[in-house]
Each structure stands twice: as C-alpha cells, then as structure tokens.
Design a protein. Structure first.
Ligand SMILES: CC(C)(COP(=O)(O)OP(=O)(O)OC[C@H]1O[C@@H](n2cnc3c(N)ncnc32)[C@H](O)[C@@H]1OP(=O)(O)O)[C@@H](O)C(=O)NCCC(=O)NCCS
Length: 184
C-alpha cells in the first residue's frame, strides 16, 4: 500500500548530516552537483544543463514533499538528496498489503567514498520504521552500479529480483536489481 509522505517540517540529524526539506536557497548547491556528467546518469536522469532545469527539479522536490536535502553540517552546503518514492512492491501480490516506500538517492561526486550515503540511509530507515511505521522499504540499482549496490548491502537490504527500468530522459532501458528491507 502506498503512503503519503511529507518531510516539509522533518529534520533528521546524523553525525555529519542534517536531512531536511528543500528550500529555494538550495538552488546553486543542487545545480553544482546535478550538473556534473555521470552522477544523475547512474540514477536514471541526465545531468542538468541549465539552472532553469535545476529550478524546475527543485520546485518539484519542494511541492512533492517526499525528498530530503542532505546538508553537510560542517559547511551547511547541500550535497545530495534522498527521496521516498512509490515502490514497485506496491504492485506485487506478496507485498501489496504492506506500507512500503522506495528509496532513491544521489550524492555529489566530490563526497563519494566517505560513507555519507549509508549514514543518511540508516537514519531514514529508522525514521521510516519508527516514526512513519512503514512495514518495509525497497531500493534498486542499475546492474553495474557497484557503488549503489554497496550502499544497499551495507544498509541490510535483501535481494528480491531483477527487473528493468526505462529512463525517459536518457532514452535507455537498464537492468535493475531490486531489494527489500522489512521493519526490524
Ligand atoms: C551511490 C552513492 C550514493 C554512494 O554514496 P557514498 O556515500 O559514496 O557511499 P560509500 O561511501 O558507502 O561508498 C560506496 C562504495 O563506492 C565505492 N567508492 C568509494 N569511493 C569511490 C569513489 N571516489 N569513486 C567511485 N566509487 C567509490 C566503494 O566501492 C564503496 O564501497 P565500500 O564501502 O565497500 O568500499 C554515490 O556513489 C552516488 O551518488 N552515485 C551516483 C548516483 C547513484 O548511483 N545513485 C543511486 C542510484 S540507485
């Protein structure tokens, strides 16, 4: 079963990050990492080519209310996003009765390899299971995206199946490995 998410007034702190809702003032930070070639492409979207494009995405984050901005506490700069989206599991007979969302995340290339996304994912898992009372979370990575696969494995998800994902903006279909984590 799908659940309506609203992170507008939610703040989650981890040792290095503040997870909070997006603000108009995050425009330049979002453009800085989303315009780098090879970041969004690993998650199914083309890197931004103009600040106008970024502004539209920022506005959708603000109005959809289901994506956290990841603010690095040390600099107050936003360096990534973590969203709670509609999950494929909502359409599966075995999972349809459960309250489930799908995680999606991207981190600025300059900050890869420091364990920041696992830190954010763990905090959001706690929030989803303890505050939102979700029954399960799903997540996926394109086959070959070893970095995201490691985040998923380190966060305790269980492999379920392989499917496909058509990325409209890239005009490309990817094989995708799908995972689930049930409330502990
Ligand atoms: C996937 C992603 C969020 C991982 O975030 P992160 O905070 O760097 O995660 P980690 O620090 O735990 O690193 C994960 C793995 O990346 C690899 N890695 C580390 N530093 C790296 C670097 N500079 N470049 C490439 N890969 C690196 C390592 O294999 C690491 O696994 P390990 O901990 O077993 O050594 C980040 O790489 C990213 O934003 N990628 C592009 C978007 C994307 O793939 N989103 C997910 C869509 S499903």
């Amino acid at each position: 079963m799908d659940i309506q998410i609203d992170v507008t007034n939610i703040k989650i702190e981890t040792p290095r990050l503040l997870l909070r809702s997006w603000q108009e003032s995050d425009l330049n930070d979002l453009f800085a990492y989303a315009s780098v070639d090879g970041v969004g492409e690993m998650a199914g979207w083309k890197h931004h080519e103009s600040i106008t494009e970024t502004k539209n995405i920022l506005h959708s984050f603000i109005s959809d209310k289901n994506v956290f901005a990841l603010e690095l506490k040390a600099t107050k700069k936003v360096i990534g996003s973590l969203g709670l989206h509609y999950s494929w599991a909502n359409n599966e007979k075995d999972f349809a009765a459960l309250r489930i969302k799908e995680l999606g995340y991207v981190l600025s290339k300059a900050y890869w390899g420091q364990g920041l996304m696992p830190e954010a994912v763990n905090a959001v898992i706690d929030y989803c299971f303890n505050a939102l009372c979700l029954d399960a979370l799903t997540v996926g990575h394109f086959v070959g995206n070893a970095q995201s696969q490691r985040v998923i494995e380190k966060s305790g998800f269980m492999y379920v199946t392989q499917g496909t994902y058509h990325a409209k903006g890239l005009n490309k279909t990817f094989a995708e490995n799908k995972y689930i984590l049930f409330r502990r």
